[in-house]
Design a protein around this ligand. Structure first.
Ligand SMILES: Cc1cc2nc3c(=O)[nH]c(=O)nc-3n(C[C@H](O)[C@H](O)[C@H](O)COP(=O)(O)O)c2cc1C
Length: 308
């Protein structure tokens, strides 16, 4: 079984990837999406989203990190995919799941699920441009408004030559509301022969087993669940017990060390508050601590509270 750490814009950056892959259980990470408009992005943009490129495109724990692109122009996506691969990204991931609204020229994400032909053109252009030994993966939802194009989209992605498909088992309109319709993934598997990764609403080892049974997929992607329980991947792979709150707090403190002294120090208070939002789901202690935490604006005060 392979487990992929989900891309999460504004939440899973290189520091979070470092921490979660140290905890273990992940085989691959995907970066937050990099938006592509009508230009080839400079190397510094790729390094900003994926500093691991400067270190062999692996996290310090040795887990590969693949760059994700979002956009609508096949040729510009292809050129930027080539650039990312030249900079070291092990293949390229294409985002067709982001629910964000269309912005001017940078339409992309889930809205393209209304256009199977555009999906085909994008994947084909990227597949043709990127060296054959570098995988091209796509990440989709079941559809935009509904699931009526789910099979057609999967077929378009397959025909265009994608090597791997991750399916977040909800439509754009479903947002992040439970449930995830894992059984839909099994239907999609009938029309494609490329490897599929199942994603959506996996919060525990029990959920993972149910998802595998209903989707017929071995391989999983974990997003919010991995933030709520940092060793979720190991509870799934090795039947480890969920991390205790004390262990999780130690992790928070070590993350604090990383964050404050990194280039992103000023984001630290917000990032940690976002993370607490997920931790509250698993740990009642996080809920009560959050009441205090939300009032704090300075990193030092937050660290003091965590270590008290
Ligand atoms: C805050 C947030 C940011 C996200 N950013 C991205 C992104 O940059 N690219 C992407 O493909 N999916 C993104 N997603 C979707 C997740 O990768 C994942 O598909 C979704 O959260 C469902 O998985 P989960 O139930 O395990 O969280 C994001 C989700 C959240 C909640």
């Amino acid at each position: 079984m392979k487990i992929v750490l989900a891309p999460m814009e504004g939440v899973v950056d290189h520091l979070m990837r470092d921490m979660l892959t140290r905890v273990g259980g992940f085989d691959l990470c995907i970066t937050e999406f990099i938006r592509v408009v009508e230009q080839t992005l400079p190397a510094k943009t790729f390094y900003r989203y994926c500093p691991e490129l400067l270190n062999g495109a692996v996290t310090p724990a040795g887990v590969p990190v693949r760059v994700q692109l979002l956009g609508q122009h096949p040729q510009w996506l292809a050129e930027n995919a080539v650039r990312a691969v030249e900079l070291g990204s092990p293949g390229i991931d294409l985002n067709f799941g982001c629910p964000a609204k269309t912005v001017n020229k940078s339409k992309g994400g889930a809205v393209l699920l209304k256009e199977p032909e555009t999906l085909y053109q994008i994947i084909k252009a990227v597949r043709d441009a990127v060296p054959k030994d570098q995988p091209v993966s796509a990440k989709i939802r079941l559809g935009f408004d509904d699931t009526s194009l789910a099979l057609e989209n999967a077929d378009a992605i397959t025909q265009a030559g994608a090597d791997l498909l991750t399916i977040h088992a909800r439509t754009k309109v479903d947002g992040y509301r439970p449930p995830a319709y894992w059984e839909w993934i099994a239907k999609i598997k009938e029309v494609t022969d490329i490897p599929i990764i199942a994603n959506g609403e996996i919060w525990s080892a029990e959920d993972a087993i149910l998802c595998q049974q209903r989707s017929g997929c071995q391989d999983l992607m974990l997003g919010r669940g991995a933030l709520a329980m940092p060793n979720l991947a190991q509870t799934i792979k090795q039947s480890d017990a969920p991390m205790s709150w004390e262990q999780t707090k130690e992790l928070l403190v070590s993350y604090s060390g990383y964050e404050i002294y990194s280039d992103k120090g000023r984001y630290y208070p917000n990032r940690i508050k976002q993370w607490f939002n997920y931790l509250k789901r698993q740990y009642p202690e996080a809920e009560s601590m959050f009441v205090e935490l939300r009032k704090l604006k300075h990193a030092d005060d937050i660290v003091q509270m965590l270590t008290a």
